[in-house]
Design a protein around this ligand. Sequence first.
Ligand code: NDP
Length: 452
Amino acid sequence: MSRHDFDLFTIGAGSGGVRASRVCANYGAKVAIAEERYFGGTCVNVGCIPKKLFSYAAHYREDFHDAAGFGWTVPEPAFHWPTLVANKDKEIARLNGVYERVLSGAGVTILKSRATIIDPHHVECGGKTYSAKHILVATGSWPTVPDIPGKELAITSNEAFFLPQLPESIVVVGGGYIAVEFASIFNGLGVRTTLVYRGKRVLRGFDAELGLKLAEEMAKKGITIRFESDFAALAKSADGGITATLKDGGTLTAGAVMYATGRKPNTRNLGLEAAGVNLATDGAIQVDKYLKSSVDSIHAIGDVTNRINLTPVATAEGMALAKTLFRGEPTEMDYANIPTAIFAIPNVATVGLSEEAAKERGHLVDIYKAGFRALRHTLSGSEEKTFMKLVVDASTQKVLGAHMMGADAGEIIQGIAIAIKCGATKAQFDSTIGIHPTAAEEFVTMREKAST
Ligand code: NDP
């Protein structure tokens, strides 16, 4: 018999915490999970899933328009925001139930309260103290808004999913994943949308051409983008909206202002510091290659470690931790070549090294590119462009990176990611027969090197 109440006590039932808890229980561990808010965490409730549903909704605007070139007469479409929100809420409630059942089905004890760490082997939850051999912190992250006067007037992605009504106009601040995704969503749903970004190019850190091309497409679709701009203050405007004062002195007025300026690890008031857990300056839990914190019995996965903040990374970390703790297989995560998609309109997806990162790492590179109007748009009349790029090591001919902007980029890059993970060369891409006519076939038919 264990001298502890549980072998594992997980704090946070998001993607990572749920996966780790379920798999640990399947390996025979006695597991408890504490959740104070919602099952499924950010991804299910205020992230990936509702965001993608909203993105589909936004895309219909173009679809109705595009249909005319194919002979369809579509009456003037009308959009009803409360229907979308209600249908989304229903689906999320279903998923909350699925997550809870997955846990109870695996024999995990579910505690619907906030938990705090008392010491390396004890947790307080719902007025009771539990002992655990291992504690897993999987508490995720929370949107941050810079400290400017009037910041409380801004919404973040958390609120955007539940707005009682759509504003007529919105300003989205930021140039990362959430900013470009939500600017696309609001614009597609008919909201006059301005994106305000402090830098010169959105999607910093991605291949530079992706950010440039995406901004071009977003602008073509009607989004106003203001680069090298930032707000100094927000205030209520006379008409009930918000007036934002720019750092250079100008003003912008809109029905709403949404900040998408990054997320912070949820580590406050969890008892971590008192238990001896080292935190980085941004509050992230510092972990070793086995996801162990500075305290042997306390582990952390997912956004709370603030490394690669993606759901599939958190779930993979959960699996690795389960093997390490309860299957006698110390398992390290492999963070190389993680594919990712940004569900802007059009989508952007990428795997491996950008041209800039490859060069920084000392590779001499061959670059291949394709830019075209997708077949569908020859009849739809849309001017949307698709862009694809391969970054190849000039000496080994290994494909180091694949980048795409265009319809279903995420679906396409997921497949390419397998080839890159396997170390495929450009010659192996070239010897692969394309599927015709698709956009994806361009990845195996790029013959001319681009100038670098
Ligand atoms: P990101 O880190 O991706 O982007 C933050 C943006 O805000 C950057 O453009 C940054 O500018 C800007 N910014 C930061 N601080 C300030 C400030 N004080 N004033 C003005 N601008 C500022 O964060 P997000 O919030 O977009 O998303 C958080 C994370 O969530 C992502 O990094 C990603 O890991 C994950 N995510 C994944 C999604 C997916 O898989 N599709 C979707 C959504 C989120 P600069 O570039 O100059 O630093």
